[in-house]
Design a protein around this ligand. Structure first.
Ligand SMILES: C[S@@+](CC[C@H](N)C(=O)[O-])C[C@H]1O[C@@H](n2cnc3c(N)ncnc32)[C@H](O)[C@@H]1O
Length: 208
C-alpha cells in the first residue's frame, strides 16, 4: 500500500515528533495504515522503538512489507489493535501517535482511542494526534468543510471532529492537552500528556 498523503505530511509530522517524543522508550502507532509513516519516523529516530498497529489485516501486511523493505531493527511486527477493544495487545507505551483515524471512523473510535491511550500511556507519556479538526464549532478552511461533507457522504458516522470535544474526552482519561501545532494543508497536531488522575497510583514506564 502507498499513501500519497503520508508521503506529503511525514516530514512536517516528524519535525513535531522530534520535539515532543521522549528520549527513549516505546512509541505505539495506532491505525498505522500503509506503514509509510512508521518506517520514516523509525529511520529518523533510531533511539526509539516503534510499535505499529492497525485493525485491518491488509494494512498490517503493508506495514510488515515496508518494515522489511527498510530493514529497520527498531520497529516490531505490527499489532492487531482495534481501538474499540477494551484490551489492547500492548500493556504500556511511553508515547502514542495516531494520524488520520479520528475523522475516518465513527466517534466511538475516538472514545476508544482516548480511553486506550489513558490506560496504556505511562505517567508523563505523550499522545500525539494528527489530522483536521473544527475549532470553535467551525471548519478552519473551506477545503476541510468539503472534505467533511465527502466523509459524511461515504459514511454518516464519519466526519471532522470538534477539537474541543476531543480535548474534553481526553481530560477524563488523564490526558491533559498541552499543545496544538498548526500543520500544512489545514491540519493540526495535538499533543496530550498523561497525568495522574485523582486517586490514581503513579504508572510505571514501558521500559525496554
Ligand atoms: C485514513 S487511514 C490513516 C492511515 C495512516 N495513519 C495515515 O495517516 O496515513 C485510517 C486507518 O485507521 C484504521 N482504523 C479504522 N478504524 C480503526 C479501529 N477501530 N481501530 C484501529 N484502527 C482503525 C484503518 O484500518 C486505516 O488504516
Amino acid at each position: 500500500m502507498q499513501s500519497p498523503a503520508a508521503a506529503r505530511n511525514r516530514e512536517p509530522i516528524l519535525a513535531v515528533l522530534r520535539d515532543v517524543l521522549p528520549a527513549h522508550g516505546d512509541v505505539l502507532e495506532v491505525a498505522s495504515g500503509s506503514g509509510e509513516h512508521v518506517v520514516h519516523f523509525a529511520a529518523a529516530l533510531p533511539h526509539l522503538r516503534f510499535v505499529p498497529s492497525d485493525a485491518d489485516p491488509d494494512a498490517r501486511h503493508s506495514i510488515a512489507a515496508w518494515v522489511e523493505y527498510f530493514g529497520l531493527d527498531n520497529v516490531v511486527a505490527p499489532l492487531a489493535l482495534d481501538v474499540l477493544s477494551s484490551t489492547w495487545p500492548l500493556a504500556r507505551a511511553d508515547a502514542i501517535f495516531c494520524a488520520n483515524m479520528i475523522h475516518i471512523a465513527p466517534w466511538e473510535a475516538t472514545l476508544g482511542l482516548l480511553a486506550g491511550a489513558g490506560r496504556t500511556l505511562s505517567c508523563g507519556g505523550v499522545l500525539v494526534l494528527y489530522g483536521p479538526y473544527r475549532v470553535g464549532g467551525r471548519h478552519t478552511a473551506v477545503s476541510n468543510e468539503r472534505f467533511d461533507a465527502s466523509l459524511r457522504a461515504r459514511d454518516p458516522r464519519w466526519g471532522v471532529r470538534d477539537l474541543e470535544a476531543v480535548i474534553e474526552v481526553a481530560t477524563t482519561h488523564g490526558l491533559a492537552h498541552e499543545t496544538t501545532f498548526p500543520m500544512p494543508a489545514n491540519n493540526l497536531t495535538l499533543v496530550f500528556r498523561r497525568t495522574a488522575l485523582p486517586g490514581e497510583a503513579a504508572m510505571p514506564s514501558a521500559g525496554r
